[in-house]
Design a protein around this ligand. Sequence first.
Ligand code: PMP
Ligand code: GLN
Length: 380
Amino acid sequence: MNGYSRLPRVGTNIFTIMSGLATEFNAINLGQGLPDFPMEAGLIEAVSKAMRDGFNQYAPMPGWMPLREAIAQKIQGLYGFALNPGTDITITPGGTYAIYTALTAILEPGDEVIVFEPSYDSYVPNIEINYAKAVLVPLNTEDYSIPWDLVDKAIGPRTKAIVINSPHNPTGAVLSAADMQELEKRVSGKGIYIVSDEVYEHLVFDGARHESVLRYPGLAARSFACYSFGKVYNCTGWKLGYCVAPPELSAEFRKVHQFNAFSCNTPVQVGLAGFLSNRDAYLGLSSLMQSKRDYFIRGMAASRFSLKPSRGSYFICGTYERISDEADKDFAVRLTREAGVATIPVSAFYQDGTDHQVLRFCFSKKEETLDQALERLCRL
Ligand code: PMP
Ligand code: GLN
């Protein structure tokens, strides 16, 4: 394209690369974050029924109203926050899209957005495509917590937003109530928005609770909270999610959304609208995924990897210094090719490729998959 690119530093993303290698070398894929076990049959039936019942044309631009009503009820029950489904909730084609749309709705050229590293790979390109600047703050290396003193230094007159993500991809770190209070202190009265990536809201382990921005009215008033049904119902390929934001922010969000996707898959929305009242379907998810985490940790105890703590999400990170001193990308490629296990090198979550020689493992897999992967990983 005449040498011009809106995203000159961006290449093919790491999930595409590692899943491609996993297929090429017939490796077990603990890389890209997706479950390999069946989703709920009842939800498949509900969506199929919606299709048979004729819900096959465009849904309203902000989303199917019964689904937005069901989300409002769910959020009231979980986080004690009352929402108006007419003005505060917009259904989107996934969580990534919601984050992009939120940033595009608020950013002006030259604005700054604080992003913590390692960070999910879409945030910085989403900021830069809007001619804004990502101000990168490294998470504390020992436990991937937020260094609030560095946030103070990063906030300046051009700070438009802070992106937070809890439970955190790729590290599995989880924000605490104290973190949310620290955040509120820093943004209130400053006109700083929060883009809160909460796609793993139901994957918080060890009895902790998910600290949604929606639990904190002072934060909710300036937040775009972004969610993904793919992560809640083990159907990442359905690509449906939603954004919760106050009416004036949702109005700006919808201005962007209506000229992009415009509206989302109707039968999936209709099927989900009825399914959301089944609280067990999402309240049981943490214990299911926690048992998978623990199974993986137990199995890896016999390996030469050293795992770090994971308090939520699909992911756990580990170092491999007892096996190799290669760069993480090289090691991850070799592991896929020679040992038959695909992972994600964590340097891909740093803009400058910082390499602490850490790999991310996805444990949201059936036991049989984890067993096969563990057997191969423990041989190294
Ligand atoms: N944010 C994070 C942190 C994620 O890991 C993912 C992964 N899917 C998403 C957003 C996007 O979710 P979706 O597939 O609904 O776009
Ligand atoms: N969120 C998933 C992960 O972190 C993958 C999403 C994607 O492939 N873009 O692995």
